[in-house]
Write a protein that binds this ligand. Structure first.
Ligand code: SAM
Ligand code: SF4
Length: 327
């Protein structure tokens, strides 16, 4: 079992398989993209398998595959098939922009990978295209509907962006009114590849909740697991639910159970901190498994208590992009 220096059990790995993406969401990276990692610096599927097996043996029982866009990686399914076969993993999930998932929906279902977080920051086509800088609205909605029909457990991540998608904040709830999905509003975080700086956000979780409540005063708070980052609500009569993630306000650090490993092998123990080590050379060296075990234990023993503490590791501006960190 992995226990950090603040007595929090770490059982959840967010594993990025690429930093590349076919969209260019404003809040994530600049129009020209970022300085993407060279292929030789990306962990290979063999390395990702060994890494996952080792941390699962250490007590990780929940893995979320993320990126960049995971499906831009051509050999992704080989990794997913392997992870789905590991008995130590209780939950295998993914975060995706749903542009490229179409051909894999049936196989994902067969593998039992049905917990999918789908990023969708607009219900209006024009807003979607403005935010993502790409013309993929129909593809994303088509795949969303297909996954609903196939009974996937879908969470729709909607980042609330001042002057960009606030007009869609209530309309996006139609999805959970009619279908058993969860719409989750996220506060914007400062990981946009240096596109813009911000110290505060206009749309924090309280303002989001007040706004939704002004339209649906009958909404009810739901019980959520202790390690959940979202505060969840139900609107009576609606098929699904909605949640709010205080990702910038960081009210959930006390129960954080997460470890992040990027596509190049950086180990991140707090989203707001700097990488604590890189496992790529370990995985390519002698005795990778035992080296890895010791190093992971070591960094987990040095975690910042909160995201605010971790943030002090950066001098002022965050220049990194969520496409490298994995969200
Ligand atoms: N490409 C996939 C996608 O968009 O779902 C997976 C990777 S993306 C980096 C993971 C999550 O991070 C997405 O839900 C995305 O909306 C979120 N994200 C990216 N940049 C963000 C930011 N600046 N603030 C808050 N969330 C962000
Ligand atoms: Fe790509 Fe996801 Fe970043 Fe959008 S949020 S640019 S889909 S990695």
């Amino acid at each position: 079992m992995l226990i950090d220096n603040h007595n929090r059990q770490i059982n959840y790995l967010r594993l990025a398989v690429t930093d590349r993406c076919n969209l260019r969401c404003h809040y994530c990276m600049p129009a020209e993209g970022i300085n993407f990692a060279k292929n030789k610096n990306l962990l290979t599927i063999k390395e990702l398998k060994l890494l996952a097996e080792t941390v699962v043996d250490q007590g990780i029982d929940k893995i979320r595959i993320t990126g960049g866009e995971p499906f831009v990686r051509k050999d992704l399914m080989e990794l997913l098939r392997h992870l789905a076969s590991l008995s130590g993993i209780k939950e295998l999930s993914m975060t995706t922009n749903a542009t490229l998932i179409g051909p894999y929906i049936q196989e994902l279902k067969d593998l039992g990978i049905t917990n999918i977080n789908l990023s969708l920051d607009a219900i209006n086509r024009e807003t979607f295209e403005k935010i993502t800088r790409r013309d993929q609205y129909d593809v994303v909605f088509g795949n969303l509907m297909k996954m609903i029909e196939e009974g996937f457990n879908l969470r729709i991540n909607f980042i609330v962006l001042e002057n960009q998608n606030v007009q869609d904040l209530i309309p996006i709830l139609k999805l959970q009114e009619h279908y058993p999905v969860s719409v989750r509003y996220l506060e914007e975080m400062p990981f946009n590849g240096g596109t813009k700086e911000f110290e505060a956000i206009t749309w924090n979780y309280k303002k989001i909740l007040d706004y939704v409540r002004s339209h649906y005063p009958e909404l009810k708070k739901l019980e959520s697991p202790k390690t959940s980052t979202s505060i969840n609500y139900k609107i009576p009569g609606h098929a699904g639910s909605f949640g709010i993630i205080p990702s910038f306000s960081r009210t959930f650090c006390g129960s954080c159970n997460r470890l992040r490993i990027t596509a190049t092998g950086d180990v991140i123990t707090c989203l707001y901190g700097k990488p604590k080590m890189n496992v790529r050379e370990l995985l390519r060296g002698e005795n990778p498994e035992s080296e890895l075990r010791t190093s992971i234990e070591k960094v987990i023993g040095m975690r910042a208590k909160t995201g605010f503490d971790a943030q002090r590791e950066h001098q002022g501006v965050f220049e990194n992009s969520m496409t490298s960190i994995g969200g």
